[in-house]
Ligand binder design. Structure first.
Ligand code: GDP
Length: 314
């Protein structure tokens, strides 16, 4: 059953893209909007790189590298290797040859004066993505990670160069005080019948979205189901540093603590069948298989989540 509802999804990269593609299979594209984390974005080699926007865009366009979950399938890294060989340029941030076309084109659109929202609209339409992809903000809001070993690191240094191994002390969303929610994000949220928070990393992917000025207020003013899906299964992250970060922040690694983290915003939580139930909580909760290995898993989780939310009205 496909719902006749407008759905907005707050989403990061690879983990979020799995639910995104499941939703895209069952919800008409005109009813789907993805509000995407841009805290990972940075200028590199003179280009604006937006890893999460590209992951969602490539995934929905059917172009993503299926082994990695990011980047383009069938890509190579000749340009990067040549930059290194000829000019000694650092290559810890992998940029594929085909992928470079995206960064070149985006950077050109931005330099021509287009907003990131407009650049993303044009690019995703060119790739045949009919759902709306909206950057969380048009303002640059780079995530900074304070670490024990290296002091403050840029997000990609922490995540890619040091492979999220440094011990995290705190996270800062630079520029958030002067940021603003875009009119496109605000009107998508105000028109939404359902808001979902994908099983993206709460600290690295969702927190930057919530840190955009006006985002929390807009979300808390809504009177619709706002439902987060757990990124933890069996007390561990499926991939990446979510569990490590929780421990480093002194929290027990449980789905209950993820729900607590979102407590001011959500009214529903999709827990995994392998996790402990949340216990006494005012939240509506359901336990589902949230592990999305196959395309079927992705569609089933999207469908079960929407069916459950629909049953609230019954
Ligand atoms: P990133 O920006 O590329 O790191 O991707 P996200 O922030 O969107 O997703 C990372 C999170 O997705 C991690 O915390 C994972 O635990 C979670 N994740 C990845 N795959 C799955 C899955 O199949 N099911 C669930 N429930 N969570 C997942």
């Amino acid at each position: 059953m496909a719902l006749d509802k407008d759905i907005v999804v707050l989403v990061g990269g690879v983990g979020g893209a799995k639910l995104a593609v499941g939703l895209a299979q069952i919800v008409p594209a005109r009813q789907l909007t993805f509000v995407v984390n841009t805290g990972d974005d940075f200028w590199h080699l003179g280009l604006r790189i937006c890893p999460d926007l590209d992951t969602i865009m490539y995934t929905l366009a059917g172009l993503v590298n299926p082994d990695l979950g990011w980047g383009l399938k069938g890509d190579s890294v000749v340009a990067l290797e040549t930059l290194n060989k000829f000019y000694g340029v650092d290559t810890w941030f992998r940029l594929g040859d085909k992928d470079l076309a995206t960064h070149l084109h985006r950077s050109r659109l931005l330099r021509c004066g287009h907003s990131l929202t407009e650049a993303t609209r044009r690019m995703s339409r060119s790739l045949g993505v009919d759902a709306a992809l909206l950057p969380m903000s048009d303002d640059e809001m780079p995530t900074k990670i304070e670490t024990v070993e290296f002091g403050e690191l840029g997000f990609q240094e922490y995540f890619v160069k040091y492979r999220w191994q440094p011990v995290l002390k705190s996270i800062r969303h630079a520029g958030c005080e002067s940021s603003s929610i875009t009119s496109q994000v605000r009107s998508a949220l105000r028109g939404a019948d359902i808001v979902l928070i994908a099983p993206s990393n709460p600290w690295l992917s969702v927190a930057p979205i919530l840190a955009v000025k006006g985002m929390r207020d807009t979300l808390t003013s809504l009177d619709v189901p706002i439902v987060a899906v757990t990124p933890l299964i069996g007390g561990a992250a499926v991939k990446g540093p979510a569990a490590k970060i929780m421990s480093e922040l002194g929290q027990e690694v449980t789905a209950a603590n993820i729900a607590k983290y979102y407590t001011e915003i959500i009214n529903g939580f999709v827990n995994d069948t392998r996790n402990e139930p949340l216990g006494h909580s005012d939240l509506r909760t359901i336990q589902l298989n949230t592990l999305m290995k196959t395309e079927d898993d992705k569609r089933s989780l999207a469908q079960a989540t929407l069916n459950w939310i629909e049953s609230w009205g019954a």
